[in-house]
Design a protein around this ligand. Structure first.
Ligand code: NAD
Length: 478
């Protein structure tokens, strides 16, 4: 009897898929490996297979990734909040859906061409190969979905290094996306990771000779690490977005938008409003409206009590001329990052209803709530005399991150002056910060905003190399 080879291959593939699916519910399988060497090698082979597919097929795989991510948005959101102890499930559902729907695919890879007497010259966008993507705890599934779609659209495979505190959520997202790719007829292991992510594993990944590009989404340390790796690196770092409200703004709308933006996912997004700078003549009205839309105002000793709860203080001696005076430095108490305003207020003995979305307080410009990236719904408001003072202060407290800034104003000159001065990657006018990543604003989304290395809002094209192809004396048809 003759054996049908294609039938055997199909059965073997089905059995393999079943085995991998079962393994996927444990720690290994579906892109998850014991060691970095295995994860990199599997991703390297997968990328070779991806290169053999047409761009049309690549788009089929991306459609399957989008569908899987969208379908599982709620489960992933629930997992992330349970595992990391940060954020709001309903907001994370939206973020997962956003990443699934509004991350650009292969249409982002535009060819440039010159044609003329000498023929035709093209610049096309080719993949790097295997990308090492380091992802944060604050947007674990969102970043894997967003980076995964963008990087595969560009023809790469990815070895992810997720934050250990969001390990299960990140690995589960990787498995789901791999399952979707395989069921759409794509190669296994386009996305990989190790079962036990750690700093050591990330360092081994960064140093691996078969990792062709590094992409870090996180705080200053990891951005520094990839930028000093000697490899092509994209760094998407910390922000401390200021929001200015001047006397020409629609004050009620500004207050509503600020509370919405600052409390979205409990202030975890790097783009979220972190401090308000208000021109004095409208500040009281702004604060009153912020209270109307879910802000809870604290003052005096309650602010001092909150400082002691959400920050840890180190007094350091700093030389200043010939006198020595203590300089205070603060670090954010991670226990409160991404927690509900209600929970945070409870720590200082204040009980509030569930609809309180943010804690607001008036502070001086040099208060640690202004200077530190808190990543929790605690929002300081600073009064200044005029818009020029507001702009100078906002530029200073943004710390040169060149990340995100927001302004509520109906004066085009003021808007323009602030946008020019602050030089941020994202500048949002008269809307919540999240409009800057395509929620209620035009444009695509990303969860990797590369200010330090300048790619801006990353998309497929950010993960490509330019390749020039020159044909002389032919193919120009005019
Ligand atoms: P984090 O810096 O603690 O961790 C981010 C990732 O980097 C994790 O995977 C972590 O394991 C790894 N990491 C940290 N230090 C490292 C080092 N020295 N070497 C190698 N790997 C290292 O940040 P987080 O708490 O997960 O996320 C919050 C931070 O990320 C905030 O500062 C936020 O503004 C920033 N962020 C930026 C963007 C952006 O697009 N620019 C997006 C999300 C978050």
């Amino acid at each position: 009897m003759e054996i049908d080879q294609s039938l055997i291959a199909r059965i073997a593939a089905e059995v393999m898929a079943k085995v991998q699916k079962e393994a996927g519910s444990g720690s290994r399988g579906m892109g998850i490996f014991a060691t970095i060497d295995e994860a990199v090698e599997a991703a390297r082979l997968a990328q070779k297979q991806l290169r053999k597919l047409t761009i049309e097929k690549r788009e089929v795989l991306i459609t399957a990734m989008r569908e899987a991510a969208y379908k599982n948005a709620a489960i992933l959101a629930e997992m992330a909040v349970n595992e990391s102890g940060m954020g709001r499930v309903a907001d994370k559902v939206l973020k997962n859906q956003l990443a699934a729907r509004k991350t650009p695919g292969t249409e982002d890879l535009k060819t440039e061409a010159w044609s003329g007497d000498k023929g035709l010259t093209l610049i096309e966008r080719g993949p790097y190969g295997v990308i090492g993507a380091i992802t944060p705890t604050t947007n674990p599934s969102e970043t894997v979905i967003n980076n995964g779609i963008s990087m595969v659209a560009a023809g790469n495979s990815v070895v992810f290094s997720p934050h250990p505190t969001a390990k299960n959520t990140s690995l589960h997202t990787i498995r789901l996306l791999n399952e979707a790719i395989i069921s759409a007829g794509g190669p296994a292991n386009l996305l990989t990771a190790v079962a036990e992510p750690s700093l050591e594993a990330t360092n081994a990944m960064m140093a691996h000779p078969h990792i062709n590009m590094l992409v870090a989404t996180g705080g200053p340390a990891v951005v520094r690490a990839v930028m000093s790796s000697g490899k092509k690196a994209i760094g998407a770092g910390a922000g401390n977005p200021p929001v200015i409200v001047d006397e020409t703004a629609n004050i009620e709308r500004a207050a509503k938008d600020i509370i919405a933006g600052c409390s979205f996912d409990n202030n975890l997004p790097c783009i979220a409003e972190k401090e308000v700078i208000a021109v004095g003549s409208i500040a009281d009205r702004l604060i009153a409206y912020m209270q109307k839309y879910g802000g809870y105002l604290i003052s005096g000793q309650d602010i001092d009590r909150l400082v002691k709860v959400v920050l840890t203080e180190n007094a350091e001696l700093a030389a200043s001329g010939c006198t020595e005076k203590p300089k205070r430095t603060y670090a954010v108490n991670k226990k409160f990052v991404g927690k509900d305003a209600k929970y945070i207020l409870k720590q200082i003995g204040i009980d509030v209803p569930d609809d309180i979305r943010a804690v607001i307080c008036e502070t001086e410009a040099d208060h640690p709530f202004v200077l530190e990236e808190l990543m929790m719904p605690v929002l300081p408001v600073i009064q200044v005399n005029n818009v020029q003072e507001a702009i100078e202060l906002a530029v200073s407290v943004e710390h040169g991150n060149r990340h995100t800034a927001v302004m509520h104003s109906r004066n085009v000159d003021n808007l323009t002056r602030f946008a020019k001065a602050v030089e941020t990657t994202i500048f949002v006018k008269n809307a919540p910060s999240f409009a800057g990543i395509g929620v209620g604003g035009e444009g695509f989304t990303t969860f990797t905003i590369a200010g330090p290395t300048g790619e801006g809002l990353t998309s497929a094209r950010s993960f490509t190399r330019q390749r020039r192809c020159v044909l002389v004396d032919a193919l120009s048809v005019v």
